[in-house]
Design a protein. Structure first.
Length: 191
């Protein structure tokens, strides 16, 4: 086994472990159905989102409380992952996004966020695959299309799908900047 394979195996193992324990900051224990309080988890998650930019420590407390109220509240896991990602706590963020992906199977956000973690960790191939998974879950999701095309172009990993992604962004990108970027990249791809 070469060094890259060993490191990849180690990283994947950590991600899987992160999915089981969610975070080294707080371990979660399963709740019985009668002890779950989804409405309280939703309320606490909403409160956390009100303060997440100005008081991240308070937001983290509120999200942890939300998960104590209902361990299976996917948005709390996703938002806690976003908070960890903003603090560059990649392991913790990955664990939360894994939880959120399982709890929100039809939602692309946890997968996009996990792909961002993988990108930040230098795992480009895994990030590309995770963006592709987000598109499988939610076809046509423009934020995912933009992220996937951006990473393909940036990492010189363009393939047969890249032109179609760029065409889609040129038509309906979120901003004029995205649309212009896609048009320029598409022209560069022309033979």
């Amino acid at each position: 086994m070469n060094r890259t394979t060993v490191l990849l195996s180690l990283f994947l193992g950590l991600l899987m472990l992160g999915g089981c324990t969610a975070s080294s900051r707080k371990s979660y224990s399963p709740l019985r159905e009668q002890n779950r309080n989804p409405l309280e988890a939703q309320r606490l998650t909403a409160l956390a989102m009100e303060v997440i930019d100005k008081k991240p420590a308070r937001a983290e407390e509120l999200l942890q409380e939300a998960l104590t109220a209902d361990l299976y509240h996917g948005p709390a896991h996703n938002n806690l992952g976003v908070l960890y990602l903003s603090q560059n706590l990649l392991y913790e963020a990955a664990g939360e996004f894994e939880w959120a992906s399982k709890l929100m199977p039809g939602h692309p956000d946890p997968r996009i966020n996990l792909a961002l973690v993988l990108e930040k960790a230098g795992r480009t191939d895994q990030a590309l695959a995770t963006y592709a998974t987000a598109l499988e879950v939610y076809p046509g999701h423009i934020q995912t299309i933009q992220a996937l095309a951006r990473l393909q172009v940036r990492s010189s990993a363009t393939d047969s799908s890249t032109a179609a992604l760029l065409d889609e962004i040129a038509l309906r990108g979120e901003t004029q900047q995205w649309r212009s970027w896609a048009q320029k990249q598409r022209i560069r791809m022309e033979p």
